[in-house]
Write a protein that binds this ligand. Structure first.
Ligand code: HGY
Ligand code: MN
Ligand code: MN
Length: 418
């Protein structure tokens, strides 16, 4: 095998092969409108994991699974003393997710490895490709669970004890799907930390498509604060109960939704506020709801902005309690600060060496790279997605953009790994 000569080599990934793997993986948990439903630790997630592990083994990679179900595959380097250079993302999806969110980052990593294998190129540093457990945070909280546990943001015990709305714990579900791995979470064989971590991802917003650019050099990601809120009023009859005497928990929830929208707009252009999950009890059309459980997701590029939004939410809830005679209990479920990615230069150089137009972008979405950035030099590569739509079955991306992003990943990784 020739040792890799220089970052300017003519190495290119195989775009059609990457596209085919994306389509093959998307067939697992496929939904009627062309999306994917592989919610974390469900049978569909297991099937997706099994397929990716099979591809990893077929590429001759050594595969290991850790205590929270993170999957790691390693391609040996010529110098085992070197810290591995890693890439990866997630293959769990939203309930009505798309083909590319997360999946692209994992399969671009496998495509990089296959390109190196096909061309007989060895790297000094080992190469690793990771699949992080429950990045989406849709079934189990916290979000970016596997990568957060990997860097110590959450304890393994707390993660394994996390339960979904039906009471199923992460530990039980990992065992049930066969991914309750033996490897200690956070330990990288033969190294204290990764030499670098890169994540390739669709942008999930409109910026690159509007600018008609194939590559986004991700400078950082918004910070997030996730809350669980319980509105408590009183079940009562929808007919005989006069409006002024009601303690309508659904009205309280609706007022919080309005307040969340307003406080995010007050932080324009980068503030974000979303109420995405609502559970109404007793959920009967002719009973005034006595209890509503719902979530609030706040995001901002600065810590000060997040704290302003938090204060505005608390103040609004106190006023809404007075207006509706309901109680509002607000619990902070998870949070992480805004982060910067320090390997943007390597990503930018790789794009330039490939002659690919690019621009700096900030990620509105959280990614596993946000946690990896706490332990090693980290970079992210974005490619456009159609109409900036994601977390939606119609999520789509162009093969040529996906190919370009994977080539940038290849050359960014080789800058560090050679
Ligand atoms: O919520 C997010 O930003 C990511 O999709 N987990
Ligand atoms: Mn994602
Ligand atoms: Mn997502």
């Amino acid at each position: 095998m020739d040792t890799y000569a220089s970052p300017a080599s003519a190495l290119r990934i195989n775009g059609p092969r990457l596209w085919q793997r994306l389509m093959d993986l998307a067939a697992i948990g496929a939904t009627p409108l062309g999306g994917v439903r592989r919610v974390a630790l469900t049978d569909a997630d297991r099937a997706g994991r099994d397929q990716v592990v099979a591809w990893m083994q077929a590429l001759g990679m050594a595969v290991r699974v850790d205590e929270v179900g993170n999957v790691f595959a390693r391609r040996a380097g010529t110098d085992p003393s070197r810290a591995p250079v890693a890439t990866g993302s997630h293959i769990d999806t939203q309930p009505n997710g798309g083909k590319f969110d997360g999946n692209y980052g994992v399969l671009a990593g496998l495509e990089v490895v296959q390109t190196l294998n096909d061309s007989g190129v060895a790297t000094a540093a080992p190469i690793e490709v990771s699949v992080w457990t429950n990045e989406e945070g849709s079934r189990f909280v916290p979000v970016m669970m596997g990568s957060g546990a990997f860097v110590g943001a959450f304890s393994v015990g707390a993660v394994r004890a996390a339960a979904d709305v039906d009471g199923h714990t992460v530990a039980a579900e990992l065992a049930r799907i066969g991914y309750d791995g033996p490897h200690p979470c956070g330990q990288i064989p033969g190294s204290k930390a990764y030499g670098a971590f890169f994540e390739t991802h669709i942008e999930q917003g409109p910026v690159l498509e509007d600018a008609d650019l194939p590559i986004g050099v991700v400078s950082g990601a918004l910070g997030q604060r996730w809350y669980d809120v319980v509105a408590t009023g009183q079940d009562s009859h929808a007919g005989p109960t006069p409006m002024p005497l009601r303690r309508d928990a659904m009205r309280a929830c609706a007022e919080v939704v309005r307040a969340v929208h307003a406080l995010a707009l007050a932080e324009a252009p980068h503030g974000r506020g979303t109420v995405g999950h609502v559970r109404v009890q007793p959920n009967s059309r002719n009973t005034v709801p006595g209890r509503v459980d719902f979530t609030v997701d706040l995001r901002h590029p600065t810590e000060a902005g997040l704290l302003r939004m938090d204060a505005a939410l608390q103040a609004a809830c106190q006023q809404i309690e007075r207006d509706t005679a309901c109680r509002l209990e607000i619990k902070l479920a998870t949070q992480f600060a805004p982060c910067a990615f320090d390997m943007s230069t390597a990503v930018r150089q790789a794009a330039q060496s490939l002659g690919l137009p690019h621009m700096d972008v900030v990620s509105g979405a959280g990614h596993d790279a946000v946690y990896l950035a706490r332990t090693c030099p980290t970079g992210m590569i974005f490619v456009p997605c159609k109409d900036g739509i994601s977390h939606n079955e119609i999520e789509d991306a162009k093969p040529e953009h996906l190919e370009a992003g994977a080539n940038v990943l290849l050359h960014a990784m080789l800058q560090v790994a050679r």
